[in-house]
Design a protein around this ligand. Structure first.
Ligand code: NOJ
Length: 564
């Protein structure tokens, strides 16, 4: 048996920095960020103080969905780099103690994937088509889709094979992203090979895309879209209260993850995995189980309004959830799929904050209105964002930071329609503007071409003029910048995250989140507008980077304190 020599629990309280490679740093000047760009910024990541970097897809791709349309799972897109450059980047990050996680996209591939191309060519009834989900169309000419289901990006979820045989293929997302058939042993074996490929190259783990959707019941009697949407709103029982859905969160998916766990455990330390799964709260632990993926994203905190009650409820609930399997919780305020939190908090509260699509839809409406009505309060948005970040960084568990949030970047709203890239925009005829606004390339240097992102071609998404104020070199020099807040907090956090314990403190004030951690640490967030009195102790850091030596915690501010 393998003798473990290294820290197998490194992930439990780690800070993981999400890199969206195309928008991070463009070393070769073609307007698309690349691996060499990441390598060049290793000192920046080291100074920030993160434990690991998770790279969104950098694989060969037609970029119809920002790289989540993967044509080859075991290679690097030539516009982003080469496998040798991946190894160099990994080595450079490892040399400063930063681990690397990569994104695995197992629900669907790209229509450019060689197996999908082979399936189209081989025709109806072929064994090649069995690896995907092909069905005959309806009607005498088979020119109607097999069902009226909609894709997650809008529009139909079936597209014609284009080979004049009356067949259609299923895609939960864009038509360029055919879903794999997870009943097929070769599909299963191929993903195991992919996991080993990256594991052998030295990655520490994986983020698993749409982890709840792989296994599907595509038997002939498929429900209508109306029936399907009712299913997601109504709990049906399978004996243990679980919703039965032909596409999502089916029990069989965990057989896949149990087989992956065996692979993870071949490594020392074992590879880790975190599931992206928007499932019912009482199902999340299944993905986080120690014989499965081990950890699951808890997006609940991302959906909270800036409100103490909502945060307390969410934290209690998330900690309870992770305790079921002995995993640790993940805290996330921003990622490449949602409106940046400095902008979310600049907007009025959303009534039903627990319902993800509503939040996104409501915030989208404000964005489409170009922030006119109601006008966002940008200053307060950033103040709240900093306070919320400092509050979650104090919690037990791991925290994911999305590139640019450490600069306090707001969402970019004014992207001209002809420069938008998100398939959501196109598949909804512009009704939903999509996620490009949080994927605009980072500003590194205020006075350089393309704000130092790359010295050649224009960035693949346009950077607004006001990015200048948020450039790394500007924030670096400003002692109270968001960047310096993140640096200080991450440095301190290394001393804070010993035991995974938390004790609530009540009565500090209305609209206040107050908790204690081991060794006399106290974290207090004032979500209200009026100042509250701080308990006795030394202020280690505050979200405004003020010293707070009058013993007061102003509104929309968080402080970390240590008993003296
Ligand atoms: C979730 C990813 O985070 C998102 O960016 C992508 O569009 C979908 N999965 C489809 O892969």
């Amino acid at each position: 048996m393998l003798q473990r020599t290294s820290d197998a629990d490194w992930w439990r309280q780690a800070v993981i920095y999400q890199i969206y490679p195309r928008s991070f740093a463009d070393a070769n000047g073609d307007g698309i960020g690349d691996l060499k760009g990441i390598t060049a910024k290793v000192p920046y990541l080291e100074a920030l103080g993160v434990d690991a970097a998770w790279l969104s897809p950098f694989y060969p791709s037609a970029l119809k969905d920002g790289g989540y349309d993967v044509a080859d799972y075991r290679n690097v897109d030539p516009r982003i780099g080469t496998l040798e450059e991946f190894d160099e980047m990994l080595g450079a990050l490892k040399s400063v103690g930063i681990k690397v996680m990569v994104d695995i996209v197992p629900n669907h591939s790209s229509d450019d994937h060689e197996w999908f191309q082979a399936a189209l060519k081989a025709g109806k009834g072929s064994k090649e088509r069995e690896k995907f989900i092909f069905r005959d169309g309806l009607g005498p000419n088979k020119d109607q889709p097999p069902t009226d289901w909609k894709s997650k990006f809008g529009g139909p979820s079936w597209s014609p094979s284009g080979t004049n045989d009356g067949q259609w293929y299923f895609h939960m997302f864009d038509s360029s992203q055919p879903d794999w058939n997870w009943d097929h042993p070769e599909v299963r074996a191929d993903f195991i090979e992919t996991l080993r490929f990256w594991g052998d190259r030295g990655v520490a783990g994986f983020r698993i895309d749409v982890a709840d959707a792989l296994t599907k019941d595509m038997s002939d009697d498929l429900p209508s879209w109306e029936e399907l949407t009712k299913l997601t709103h109504k709990k049906l029982s399978n004996g243990n209260g679980h919703l039965i859905h032909p596409l999502l969160d089916r029990d069989e998916v965990h057989d896949v993850y149990r087989s992956w766990r065996k692979v993870f455990n071949e490594y020392d330390p074992p590879l880790i995995a975190v599931a992206e799964c928007w499932v019912a709260p009482d199902r999340k632990h299944l993905y986080a189980s120690s014989d499965g993926l081990g950890q699951a994203f808890s997006f609940d905190i991302l959906l909270c309004n800036y409100d103490a009650d909502e945060y307390r409820r969410c934290i209690k609930h998330s900690l309870k959830g992770s305790a079921i399997t002995g995993s640790s919780t993940t805290w996330v305020l921003s990622n490449h799929d949602v409106i940046r939190h400095a902008s979310r908090f600049a907007m009025p509260k959303v009534a039903d904050n627990r319902n993800h699509p509503l939040v996104i839809e409501a915030t989208n409406k404000w964005l489409v209105n170009k922030f006119q009505d109601p006008k966002p309060d940008v200053e307060s948005g950033l103040k709240r964002a900093r306070a919320a970040t400092l509050m979650i960084l104090g919690l037990p568990g791991s925290t994911y930071i999305y590139q640019g949030e450490e600069l306090g970047l707001p969402e970019v709203v004014d992207i001209p329609d002809n420069e938008r890239q998100d398939p959501t925009f196109f598949r909804t005829a512009g009704r939903e503007i999509g996620r490009d606004g949080c994927r605009v390339p980072l500003p590194w240097e205020a006075s350089s071409k393309n704000f130092g992102y790359g010295s050649g071609a224009l960035p693949h998404l346009p950077q607004p003029d006001w990015f200048e104020d948020y450039a790394v070199d500007v924030e670096d020099k400003d002692g109270k910048s968001t960047l310096n807040l993140y640096r200080q907090a991450l440095r301190l956090r290394k001393q804070l995250q010993t035991k995974e314990e938390l004790e609530w403190v009540d009565g500090t004030g209305e609209n206040v989140v107050h908790y204690k951690r081991p060794d006399g640490w106290e974290i207090i967030m004032n979500a209200g507008k009026t100042a509250v009195t701080l308990p006795k102790g030394k202020v280690l850091v505050s979200s405004t980077l003020d010293k707070l030596d009058d013993g007061k915690l102003p509104g929309e501010t968080t402080a970390w304190l240590k008993a003296e």
